[in-house]
Design a protein around this ligand. Structure first.
Ligand SMILES: Cc1cc2nc3c(=O)[nH]c(=O)nc-3n(C[C@H](O)[C@H](O)[C@H](O)COP(=O)(O)OP(=O)(O)OC[C@H]3O[C@@H](n4cnc5c(N)ncnc54)[C@H](O)[C@@H]3O)c2cc1C
Length: 354
């Protein structure tokens, strides 16, 4: 008998597993990581600003301290490195954006925005397209999501069963769930956009968004830990190696790269760089975005031992640590699921007959 069965092997499943471990709750993971690429190819960037409206990202002041503490403790437990705290260079395209920045840097985004506007590109940003002015967002960073998942998989190797979950053999009652040789108190589904195949939660209103990223090599950039941002991002991942992303496509919902995605990534690269780098990898995945852009977490409307932890969308790195903690506290009967992310907001969509 274990406390929790986790289904999935992406960011959601592995963050939840480590959160359960931190709370001394026993678990088993059943997941086939090859069904969805999303978590392994993600950019892994977190950023407290929404540039479109120049507002702070929802709950950023709470989510960021939580994520750094969480992934740092995972680094300590696994003896691996996957978290890099960075600043983000935002290159302004219009005076209006610059003026709004200055206003926000003095008011509600003071915690995150540099108050100085820079105009000299300097050597560090040579070969970047920085003809106008720019400034910096503080408290940003990147998680190497693949390295994180590999490290957690390895830490919990004996608790992980790599297989496709067979929904037809799951048995549930008021006290327990049973799946093959496993008996647990609760089961949590973390299948990303593939939740559409789950008979318990296929009514959840996801609006998945496919995305593509490039990895490229060049010795012509001197970027340090800064993320360059202008219609996309570029940051350094290893010596002479960089990532650029990301695209959004709401109609092509599988893990195959597209011609349109490749073109859009080249457009981003050309708008950010004055050189043409060598592309070494072109990867794609499908983000499990939700209709209202909030995670979807909590118990099934009828089967109270059956739960979902999903809807991380394009901000999984930032959202998962905070909301997995809230969810584990819920499983331990210490609190309710945060109202803004609770699956209860969609109970009216439940078809009532399984
Ligand atoms: C191009 C791109 C760029 C991105 N960039 C960023 C970024 O910069 N910052 C950020 O925070 N987020 C980013 N994201 C989003 C981030 O990747 C997601 O929020 C996150 O990975 C979602 O994780 P998940 O575990 O919910 O879903 P998934 O990654 O889809 O994981 C689901 C897992 O469950 C497994 N699975 C599914 N069904 C079954 C089954 N029946 N049996 C067994 N296993 C099953 C799958 O194989 C997979 O391992 C990006 C996404 C994409 C596509």
């Amino acid at each position: 008998m274990t406390d929790v069965l986790i289904v999935g092997n992406g960011l959601a499943a592995n963050v939840l597993a480590f959160q359960l471990y931190l709370h001394h709750v026993s678990f088993k993971i059943i997941g086939n990581s090859s069904l969805s690429n999303c978590s392994r190819i993600a950019g892994g960037v977190w950023n407290p600003m929404v540039f479109k409206r120049m507002t702070t990202s929802w709950m950023a002041d709470l989510l960021i301290p939580e994520l750094t503490a969480f992934y740092r403790s995972a680094e300590t437990a696994t003896k691996q490195h996957f978290l890099t705290e960075r600043r983000m260079l935002r290159s302004f395209q219009e005076d209006q954006e610059k003026n709004l920045w200055l206003k926000k840097a003095e008011t509600d985004a003071a915690l995150f925005l540099d108050k100085t506007i820079y105009s000299e590109a300097g050597q560090r940003f040579s070969n970047f397209n920085l003809s106008g002015s720019y400034s910096f967002v503080n408290h940003c960073g990147t998680l190497d999501t693949k390295a994180f998942i590999d490290a957690i998989n390895s830490l919990f190797k004996s608790d992980l069963t790599e297989e496709n979950f067979d929904y037809t053999v799951l048995e549930t009652d008021a006290e327990h769930v049973r799946y093959k040789q496993f008996t647990a108190r609760d089961i949590v589904f973390c299948e990303g956009h593939l939740v559409k195949h789950n008979p318990f939660f296929n009514w959840i209103p996801l609006v998945p968004a496919q995305g593509e990223v490039f990895t490229f090599k060049t010795n012509a950039l001197l970027l340090d830990n800064t993320i360059f941002n202008r219609n996309g991002f570029i940051f350094k991942t290893a010596a002479e190696t960089y990532r650029c992303g990301a695209t959004y496509n709401w109609s092509h919902l599988n893990d195959e790269i597209t011609e349109g995605g490749e073109k859009a990534l080249w457009d981003k690269l050309r708008s950010m760089l004055t050189i043409t780098p060598e592309i070494t990898e072109h990867a794609t995945g499908v983000r499990p975005s939700s209709k209202d852009r909030r995670p979807i977490i909590g118990p099934h409307p009828v089967q109270k031992r059956v739960h979902i932890f999903n809807g991380l969308g394009s901000k999984g790195v930032m959202l998962a640590p905070y909301f997995s903690k809230n969810f584990v506290h819920f499983l331990l009967n210490k609190t309710t699921v945060h109202a803004d992310v609770s699956v209860e907001r969609f109970y009216n969509l439940y078809p009532s007959v399984l």
